[in-house]
Design a protein around this ligand. Structure first.
Ligand code: PHE
Length: 339
């Protein structure tokens, strides 16, 4: 019996020594220590031994088992470590490969001039206000002092939804809404889409974009209007830009003016773009009419204000040298990629 145990130990040691992986070790463990294992069977068969020999043989089997289990565990630890190493090596990600380039879109030229314009006015303390594109006739015309017989009210010029509701023809109604909702001081710009009945051509579109602005406070003068708009023009078109104000007419401002900026193509010399005049008209402006202030519940004996309005599409065309307004709406990638 003792001989047999020694032989088994030697055999198991060799098997463990030549096992190649954790799977082989597991098979050895089952062979010797499993339910039907060799050593297990040996322990069971001890009943057949003479009583005197049992403790000695029992101790021998136990010691042999402990040695073999220790050996198995050591080998197992070595294999597990190696297998883990191999898995890590196989699953390693090569982070040195350059990432695939993502195709990013670009901002539309209208968005670009809008953001620049907005930021210039935000820098001067203005807020951005928005209003509905489908507007009451009252806010679009009546409260802006636009008389019943004014041509802009005509069916020929305006998209009516009912006789009281229409697609706004300018963003000035947002100024009315602001004055009704808020007491001075007011400093706001109102960007947005506006609609007029127009045939599509190189310079016209039935939908285009405006930014208008309004300042109302105590002691606001025409000097403030000129100062603010001059700062704006230089910030947008460059510091060498000169501005020029010409008398004009709007029902909701008095006095009213058009502002021209020196042509950025020829610098004021006169060229094809400015039709030889050296200047290009970019916006309407004026001191808010007293009856508009009054209609909005602002006392014109205490407060005064100025307003202005410009077409964004026109400004984008000027800033980027775009000859045809239709390009802004056609979504042609070859055009849009250039900004
Ligand atoms: N609302 C005018 C337009 O659409 C522009 C403007 C605004 C003129 C404010 C003067 C003052 O043409």
């Amino acid at each position: 019996m003792q001989e047999e145990i020694k032989r088994l130990e030697k055999e198991a040691q060799e098997a463990i020594g030549s096992a190649k992986d954790t799977g082989a070790l597991e098979a050895i463990r089952v062979k010797y220590f499993g339910k039907k294992g060799v050593l297990t069977a040996l322990l069971r068969s001890m009943g057949a031994l003479p009583t005197g020999e049992r403790p000695k043989v029992g101790q021998m089997v136990n010691e042999t088992s402990q040695r073999l289990e220790g050996l198995l565990e050591n080998r197992l630890a070595i294999f597990q470590k190696a297998e883990k190493q191999q898995r890590l090596a196989e699953e390693a990600i090569d982070i040195t490969i350059p990432a695939r380039e993502m195709r990013l879109g670009r901002l539309h030229p209208l968005t670009l001039v809008y953001q620049t314009t907005r930021d210039i006015f935000l820098g001067m303390g203005f807020e951005v206000r928005e209003g509905p594109e489908v507007e009451w006739e009252k806010y679009n015309f009546e409260m802006l002092n636009i008389p019943e017989n004014h041509p802009s009210r005509d069916m020929q010029d305006t998209f009516y939804i009912t006789d009281k509701i229409l697609l706004r023809t300018h963003t000035s109604p947002v100024q009315v809404r602001t004055m009704l909702a808020q007491k001075p001081p007011i400093r706001m710009i109102c960007p947005g889409r506006v609609y007029r009945v127009d045939e599509v051509d190189a310079t016209h579109s039935p939908m285009f974009h405006q930014i208008e602005g309004l300042v109302v406070d105590k002691g606001i003068t025409m000097g403030d209007l000129k100062g603010v708009l001059d700062v704006f023009a230089k910030a947008l078109f460059g510091p060498a830009t000169r501005t020029r104000f010409r008398a004009s007419y709007f029902p909701f401002t008095e006095p009213s003016a058009e502002m021209d900026v020196s042509c950025s193509v020829c610098g004021g010399e006169g060229c094809r773009v400015c039709k030889g005049t050296g200047f290009i008209e970019i916006m309407g402006a004026g001191m808010v009419h007293t009856s508009v202030l009054q209609g909005c519940g602002i006392d014109p004996r205490v407060y005064s204000g100025f307003a202005f309005g410009m077409g964004l599409d026109r400004m984008a065309n000027m800033k980027y040298g775009i000859a045809d307004i239709r390009l802004l709406y056609e979504n042609d990638i070859r055009f849009l990629e250039q900004f």
